[in-house]
Ligand binder design. Structure first.
Ligand SMILES: [Zn+2]
Length: 85
């Protein structure tokens, strides 16, 4: 059995708990790390670039002058997705 260590997409923290699921039946998680203050997120996007939360983050990171490559790496999306946003 492979133990999957969950990392929050916002802070990369590991204090993650299950938090129900979406209408589509995807497991939802909640980050209990201090900086996130209970933000919820999904792990199993078939394609992360499609999620509104990720798009928001792409824009936010771009505003803070993160490199496109860094943004793509952190958010697990392609550089094309970042540039499109
Ligand atoms: Zn977090």
């Amino acid at each position: 059995m492979i133990l999957q260590v969950l990392h929050g997409p916002h802070c990369d923290g590991t204090d993650i708990v299950r938090h129900g699921q979406t209408r589509q039946g995807q497991p939802r998680y909640r980050c209990r790390e201090q900086p996130c203050a209970g933000r919820t997120f999904l792990l199993d996007y078939s394609y992360p670039g499609q999620s509104p939360a990720v798009k928001q983050q792409i824009v936010a990171m771009a505003m803070h002058a993160s490199g496109i490559r860094d943004t793509a790496r952190v958010l697990h999306v392609s550089t094309n997705t970042v540039m499109t946003e």
